[in-house]
Design a protein around this ligand. Structure first.
Ligand SMILES: [Zn+2]
Length: 253
């Protein structure tokens, strides 16, 4: 078969995946056999869950589209869905359940604080992550792009930042979660939904000063942890507010 050249242009921040070519979002690939567009894109370092729209010579195509001749390819990340018709978008919307890899404990905790269902175990191996993801239809959060390229991954995201709060903002924006934020509804330790608890029912578990100063409590039915609006609560509330303001600010641009 006659060799051919594919010229790919990566839009938005997909350039971050191009390694040494970061900042230069154009890559040329010389190929000698029929190849799927998904394989070509991933050979450039960009995991398929990060790709929401592909144009080949100005036509939208799916991941299984194959190339056998010279072509110009435009690759877009998930963002502003108003600009292009949603029909050919490759990523699903409305995903709000996640599984986070062991390095993203801070992000998992932040998302739980905002009320989101995040499966997380510090020592979970790749196999367990993929299993939980598939079985419970969760989106995979990981900075391991090789894992994100696994063929069974349908929904996923690679946080760009190393900073926990910035990662949280990225995930809220990527999955369009602003409207679904429900702070203090989920256990930060085990992910279960909290229940109101009568003070009388838990009073023997409280420290003397907490008994005196607080009347409203929530309890986790999963691990038994008791929550109340103590001094730690104020700090968390400020953190949530800050994250929400930053999401709103960045969305308006
Ligand atoms: Zn719990």
């Amino acid at each position: 078969m006659k060799p051919f050249t594919v010229r790919l242009r990566f839009h938005g921040d997909l350039g971050v995946f191009l390694g040494s070519k970061a900042g230069d979002a154009i890559i040329e690939r010389r190929l000698a056999e029929k190849t799927s567009i998904k394989d070509i894109i991933e050979s450039c370092g960009v995991p398929h869950p990060e790709v929401d729209l592909i144009l080949v010579d100005e036509q939208t195509v799916g991941f299984d589209h194959t190339l056998a001749n010279d072509a110009k390819v435009e690759v877009f990340r998930v963002e502003n869905r108003d600009t292009v018709s949603t029909e050919k978008r490759l990523q699903a919307t409305g995903i709000s359940m996640f599984v986070a890899d062991g390095h993203l404990g801070g992000l998992a905790r932040n998302l739980r604080l905002l009320g989101f269902d995040v499966a997380y175990r510090q020592n979970a191996g790749d196999r367990l992550l993929l299993e939980v993801m598939a079985r419970e239809n969760r989106a995979l959060l990981t900075r391991d792009r090789r894992l994100l390229m696994h063929s069974i991954v349908q929904h996923g995201y690679c946080p760009r930042s190393q900073n926990t709060d910035e990662q949280t903002i990225e995930v809220i924006r990527r999955f369009n979660l602003s409207e679904l934020i429900a702070p203090f509804t989920r256990c930060l330790r085990c992910n279960a939904l909290l229940e109101d608890a009568a003070k009388a029912a838990i009073i023997d578990k409280l420290k003397p000063l907490t008994k005196i100063y607080y009347e409203q409590f929530r309890r986790c039915p999963g691990c038994g942890q008791i929550y109340w609006a103590g001094s730690h609560f104020q700090k968390l509330a400020k953190r949530i507010k800050d994250i929400q303001l930053r999401v709103a600010g960045e969305t308006d641009q």
